[in-house]
Design a binder for this molecule. Structure first.
Ligand code: ADP
Length: 398
């Protein structure tokens, strides 16, 4: 029988799941439970062409997970016959404790709990998923796969802030990075695709949350997210890099509380804060709308800031890498937004980067080269697949 892994991404009010065949990469079934804790929750379960959508009260994660298991048995594939050898749990913050996947024991669970202050929105929600799934599927090994694990290999010069060392040590303040599962998966797949281990790579994971990493000979040497996913690129609703003194300024001058500033920086800034829109398709819509020149101009400036931030990271990471072989674009924007890829590539033209305009605009969905044969740097689009990466990592422990 085919071996499969059930991958679970448990959020504060949602549970995403996917039954993955780690060998072929196929998602045999997948779904999402949303609005847990609200008066009415929703579940969507997809098995092949069969899509089931239900609305029902889902007071907590336990009910949510039980409903998922019920849907598997009712709509297929029946779990006891699905060849599940592991449950893989996505965990955002693994701190200094985890540099790879870990079999979930009570001790591992406690460490994830201890890290809650470092990821207050994520780790507590992951723990709910782990607890419920372990209870409902006690005979299957559960594996935690950490978003930060890949970047535990960062050299100290990239992982350390120039913050007072005693304070940093006492409060575990350092750069942990995020999206590590994706950066690791994509950089490895690119190395395989090109048949080379000795690559100087930049990986751009551009989704609603966005990060960029520099990978040399398969190891990460720098990444744009830091203690939390707030640092680095401009994002859908996050500021990315900003002078930390803005916090002092807003606290003193605007009388804002720390929680208000946290919310402002994470949820009301970035593209949303500059244009009112988080989705890049909507931002391009504003840029194309000649009937509202004021909004159009603001959106164009926001896009210029977005591209300029990407450009700065390419420049600094190329210097850190000591050269550059390939830039790979992945995630929602990286895979779909050909204009972003094109504007960045055009800004890099003075360095011999050449984009193939036609290939770049073609439909993506599979790995493809979008640079011209004479470009000094290869430009690639490689769809990320975090569920598959989690499933494969989980298998390595069995
Ligand atoms: P996350 O996992 O961080 O929520 P995704 O990787 O799914 O994000 O990316 C979502 C984003 O991708 C959307 O907010 C949107 O900006 C962008 N996106 C998706 N499809 C397109 C498209 N066809 N063109 C431009 N941008 C797109």
């Amino acid at each position: 029988m085919t071996q499969t892994v059930l991958v679970i991404n448990s959020g504060s009010s949602s549970i995403k799941y996917q039954l993955v065949d780690p060998e072929t990469g196929d998602a045999i079934a997948k779904g999402i439970v949303e609005r847990i804790g609200e008066a009415l929750g929703t579940i969507k379960h997809v098995h092949g062409a069969d899509v089931t959508e239900e609305e029902l009260p889902i007071p907590d994660h336990e009910v949510g997970m039980r409903e998922v298991l019920r849907l598997f048995d009712a709509k297929g594939p029946v779990l006891s016959e699905a060849g599940i050898v592991a449950v893989g749990h996505r965990i955002v913050q693994g701190g200094k404790y985890f540099d790879g996947p870990a079999l979930v024991t009570d001790e591992v669970r406690d460490l994830i709990e201890r890290l809650c202050p470092m990821a207050p929105l994520h780790n507590p929600a992951h723990l709910k998923g782990i607890d419920v799934a372990r209870e409902l599927m006690p005979d299957i090994p559960h594996v935690a796969v950490f978003d930060t694990a890949f970047f535990q290999q960062l050299p100290e010069k990239a992982s350390t802030y120039a913050l007072n060392a005693e304070v940093a040590e006492k409060y575990a303040v350092r750069r942990y990075g995020a999206h590590g599962t994706s950066h690791q998966f994509v950089s490895r797949e690119v190395a395989k695709l090109l048949g080379r281990d000795d690559l100087k790579q930049i990986v751009m994971h551009l989704g609603n949350g966005a990060s960029v990493s520099a990978v040399k000979d398969g190891k990460p040497i720098d990444t744009s997210m830091g203690l939390t996913p707030l640092e680095g690129l401009m994002m859908g609703s996050r500021t990315g890099d900003i002078d930390p003194a803005v916090v002092f300024h807003l606290a003193r001058q605007a009388g804002m509380s720390i929680d208000e500033i946290d919310h402002l920086f994470n949820k009301e800034s970035g593209m949303k804060g500059l244009t009112g829109e988080t989705d890049m398709r909507s931002v391009w819509g504003l840029i194309g709308n000649d009937e509202d020149p004021e909004t159009q101009a603001k959106a164009r400036v926001a896009m210029d800031i977005y591209i300029n931030r990407l450009l700065k990271y390419v420049g600094s990471y190329t210097a850190e890498l000591g050269g550059l072989d390939v830039i790979t674009f992945t995630a929602g924007i990286g895979e779909n937004d050909w204009r972003v890829r094109r504007e960045l590539a055009e800004a890099l033209e003075p360095f011999g980067v050449k984009i193939d305009v036609e290939k770049n605009e073609g439909r993506i969905g599979e790995p493809r080269v979008v640079s011209t044969p004479d470009s000094k740097v290869l430009l690639l689009v490689y769809p990320t697949n975090e569920e598959l990466a989690i499933a494969r990592q989980a298998l390595t422990l069995l």
